[in-house]
Design a protein around this ligand. Structure first.
Ligand SMILES: Nc1nc2c(c(=O)[nH]1)N[C@H]1C(S)=C(S)[C@@H](COP(=O)(O)OP(=O)(O)OC[C@H]3O[C@@H](n4cnc5c(=O)[nH]c(N)nc54)[C@H](O)[C@@H]3O)O[C@H]1N2
Ligand SMILES: Nc1nc2c(c(=O)[nH]1)N[C@H]1C(S)=C(S)[C@@H](COP(=O)(O)OP(=O)(O)OC[C@H]3O[C@@H](n4cnc5c(=O)[nH]c(N)nc54)[C@H](O)[C@@H]3O)O[C@H]1N2
Ligand code: SF4
Ligand SMILES: [Mo]
Length: 722
């Protein structure tokens, strides 16, 4: 037996692991105690990698779908030939914009795939590049632009007096506290950080909070505006920071004046003492940070919630100061100039492609996923006909029936996968791809993600490189994501360039030698060019390491810096006025016909629609969690089947009690439902909650993300468990 270090890529934490191998057999996965920061942490998904790797449904050859719906194996060579030919025909007939690509979480274990996909689209001349980022938390990026970006970065956790967590649960998701979250929270608490959690569930994370605001779902803008109101009223603003670095404070103050504690608490279902206690913590804190999870994004108005959280940070001066340690030091990406000064706000929309679908357009968060199904079926000139897919859609996009219809109207749908899954069952070609133990891994990618989303990356100058641990199975014919794009481009005679995003927002393009296909490690070298610490040095540490030479501190403000953070963005304040002016009850859409609110939540055992290895789930399905008092009212017991319906659809569900839920709120995890080529049994496969959602339900006017949490639902009792 052989024990070797690798990393788990089943979620964004990328925990270091030790893999026990018996020849080609993966016997065991456990935490790597020789790696820094994680203290040997793994979760059930990491420990299930042996079962995941030896997936009996694993594809060892790519598949082609025939007109009658059946599938035949196809060699990589033939596949590249056919895809190139079909692509050329589509581009000739309909132009480059008819080719689109989608990056989702599926790409996590293929470090070079995203870059090569972007590069191929650029060479074709298409700007139709989409990602799951626009059905996740697009508001984070947009709000950051509207508010302006602090060039010194966020406050390092060692200094947090307070931490405001809105609609996120890192103990399960790891987002915002990616390294051993339960331990991190304990350390923060012991170090004196007072956490405020806004969540309709008393989550594992909320249990560590000094104040838990168990607000009615969808009321985050109300609660955050209420906190801002109190910060002003209780003379809690950091005047020095405000005067030097911001504009619009008086306008913001006026805009939140109607969000008095009695208004906010009546509307959001809170006690006034709690709201005031939260405001007191924020005001007493000298240093702090805020973190928004998907709850705040899915329940509509995610951009506004993100913006208001940034305003709280600026009102309190919660940004890294001169001489303080950088909270996300760069190691395997280029060094950066961190400055204790504001960056001016910049446009978040209005600069890119405008689609024919409901006026949706490209924003700073990218092309809107919300437009994708419409673009696949439209008669307008911007119809998408060829689609390269590296994520889920069937289990992840709202309105599953519409997703299926849209995918089936494509002329060419190419999807990478390790098995025939919910989405790949609709592909014309399924590219059998490498498993996560068969590809190299680098930390640099997560540094890039951390630039966009503050919930990822490391607070210490940590980096790793792990070579592929295993060769692909004998007799297999697989392609790593990037290889497909490179080879298709070769066939089409396209010149691809690697696009590298530089440290301070710059871009460099490095042309590929199209006559010779690189290997994955050469690709990685390319990606790491110019990194703060050279890749060679990082390779010398098989367990990853902290690289002291990359530790960095915030530099002083430049003398000529005149930029100011914007506390009164007109679009945001207009949305806030709409919130204050509306009938809040009507906005929730809850009533006698749909009396409950369904919220999103994640579970430890699965990541979105990713592989669910045999035995990892207790019941197999995704339960419908309910407060026991609500269950009593409907005379329901654990395991009873109900029909869960919204205005847009109905699914079977099996209830399970959860005392921690606010009454009237029910919760269910996405990523479940009917599986390909098996008779659907909801008690085994779970239900797809996206059947209950619609793109038309309160969509964001810019990125188009609809209501995906705080959804009004009804529960009809079906049958008791025998
Ligand atoms: N109702 C509801 N919907 C949601 C959410 C929610 O909370 N509620 N959350 C949203 C969020 S935050 C996100 S990020 C999206 C997720 O949306 P996506 O990222 O689009 O979807 P995933 O389900 O993570 O997709 C994973 C799938 O990609 C495929 N895949 C593609 N390439 C590969 C590969 O190279 N290797 C492997 N192993 N698989 C590959 C596999 O089929 C795998 O199951 O879902 C969103 N949808
Ligand atoms: N185990 C596991 N880890 C994952 C994933 C996974 O599927 N499983 N997915 C990954 C992905 S793609 C992402 S984006 C991250 C997401 O990471 P998180 O944002 O931490 O996701 P969740 O754990 O779903 O936490 C969302 C919380 O929001 C609460 N909530 C729901 N509606 C509302 C609301 O209206 N207001 C407020 N304030 N709260 C609300 C829910 O009760 C829940 O506790 O996790 C990543 N990590
Ligand atoms: S938290 Fe779990 S799934 Fe995520 S990287 Fe770590 S072991 Fe893997
Ligand atoms: Mo996500």
């Amino acid at each position: 037996m052989d024990k070797r270090p690798h990393v788990c890529r089943n979620c964004g934490s990328i925990c270091p692991i030790m893999v026990t191998l018996d020849g080609e057999r993966v016997v065991k996965v456990e935490g790597d105690f020789d790696a820094p920061l994680y203290r040997g942490y793994t979760c059930p998904k990491g420990r299930a990698i042996p079962t995941e790797h030896h997936n009996p449904r694993r594809l060892l050859h790519s598949l082609k779908r025939l007109p009658d719906g059946s599938r035949i194996p196809i060699s990589s060579e033939q596949l590249v030939e056919e895809i190139a030919e079909r692509l050329e025909r589509i581009i000739d007939a309909h132009g480059p914009q008819s080719v689109a690509a989608y990056l989702g979480n599926g790409v996590a274990s293929q470090p070079a795939a995203g870059g090569m996909m972007i590069s191929m689209l650029a060479a074709i001349g298409s700007r139709m590049m989409f990602s799951s980022g626009t059905i996740d938390q697009p508001g984070l990026v947009i709000a950051n632009a509207l508010h302006g970006h602090w060039q010194g970065g966020r406050v390092h956790p060692d200094q947090w007096d307070t931490y405001l967590m809105v609609g996120g649960n890192p103990v399960v998701s790891k987002q915002h506290l990616p390294q051993n979250p339960a331990w991190s929270l304990k350390m923060l608490e012991e170090g004196g950080t007072q956490m405020i959690v806004i969540d309709p569930r008393y989550t594992e994370t909320a249990r560590r909070a000094a104040v838990h605001l168990q607000a009615i779902p969808g009321e985050d803008p109300t609660v955050l505006a209420g906190l801002i109101h109190l910060i002003f009223e209780m003379r809690g603003v950091n005047e020095d920071f405000l005067n030097e670095n911001t504009q619009g404070a008086a306008t913001l103050r006026e805009a939140v004046s109607g969000f008095t504690p009695d208004y906010v608490c009546a509307r959001a279902g809170l006690e006034q003492e709690q709201l005031i206690a939260a405001a007191r913590i924020l005001i007493a804190a000298d240093r702090g940070d805020s973190a928004l999870g998907v709850g705040a994004s899915m329940a509509t108005r995610g951009t506004l919630s993100s913006y208001l959280a940034l305003c709280i940070q600026s009102l309190r001066g919660f940004w890294a100061r001169e001489g303080e340690q950088i909270s996300r030091p760069k190691v395997l990406t280029p060094r950066r100039d961190w400055r204790a000064q504001p960056g001016a706000p910049f446009p978040a929309w209005g600069f890119g492609l405008q689609t024919s679908v409901r006026g949706l357009q490209q924003t700073l968060a990218g092309m809107p996923c919300a437009a994708l199904p419409g673009l696949m079926t439209t008669d307008a000139p911007d119809r998408i006909r060829a689609f390269f897919n590296h994520g889920g859609a069937y289990y992840s996009w709202p309105d599953t029936e519409n997703t299926v219809k849209a995918l089936s109207e494509l002329d060419l749908h190419v999807m990478h996968d390790v098995e025939i899954a919910g989405t790949s069952q609709y592909a014309d070609y399924i590219i059998a791809t490498y498993d996560q133990l068969e590809t190299p891994a680098i930390s640099g990618l997560n540094e890039n993600v951390g630039d966009i989303h503050p919930g990822y990356d490391w607070h210490e100058p940590y980096a790793f490189y792990r070579p592929a641990l295993l060769d692909p199975p004998e007799g297999s014919d697989l392609m790593e994501g990037w290889q497909l794009y490179f080879r298709v481009a070769q066939k089409l005679g396209l010149d691809l360039s690697f696009i590298q995003y530089g440290g301070d927002g710059g871009q460099a393009t490095i042309p590929f030698d199209m006559a010779r296909e690189p290997n994955s490690d050469e690709m990685i070298e390319m990606m790491c060019q110019g990194s703060a610490v050279p890749l060679d040095q990082i390779k010398q540490h098989p367990h990853g390491a902290i690289f002291e030479e990359a530790r960095d501190w915030v530099k002083p403000r430049e003398a000529n810096c005149a930029a100011r953070l914007q506390l009164a963005d007109p679009v945001m304040l207009e949305q806030l006025a709409e919130v204050r002016g509306e009938d809040s009850r009507a906005r929730t859409k809850v009533g006698d016909d749909y009396p409950f609110q369904l919220v999103c939540r994640r579970i430890q055992e699965t990541t979105n629609s990713g592989i669910k290895p045999e035995g990892i789930l207790k019941s197999g399905y995704n339960p419908l969690w309910m407060n026991p008092l609500d269950m009593d009212r409907l005379e329901l017991n654990d395991g009873d089947e109900v029909e869960l319906s919204s205005r847009y659809g109905a699914i079977p569900a099996f209830v399970e009690h959860e005392e921690t839920l606010r009454e009237g709120v029910v919760a269910m995890t996405h990523g479940f439902g009917a599986k390909p080529s098996s008779d659907y049994d909801p008690r085994r496969d779970g239900s797809n909650i996206n059947l209950l959602l619609s793109w038309d339900d309160d969509p964001d006017p810019y990125h188009g993300m609809p209501r995906m949490s705080a959804v009004a639902v009804a529960i009809k009792v079906k049958a008791a468990v025998s």
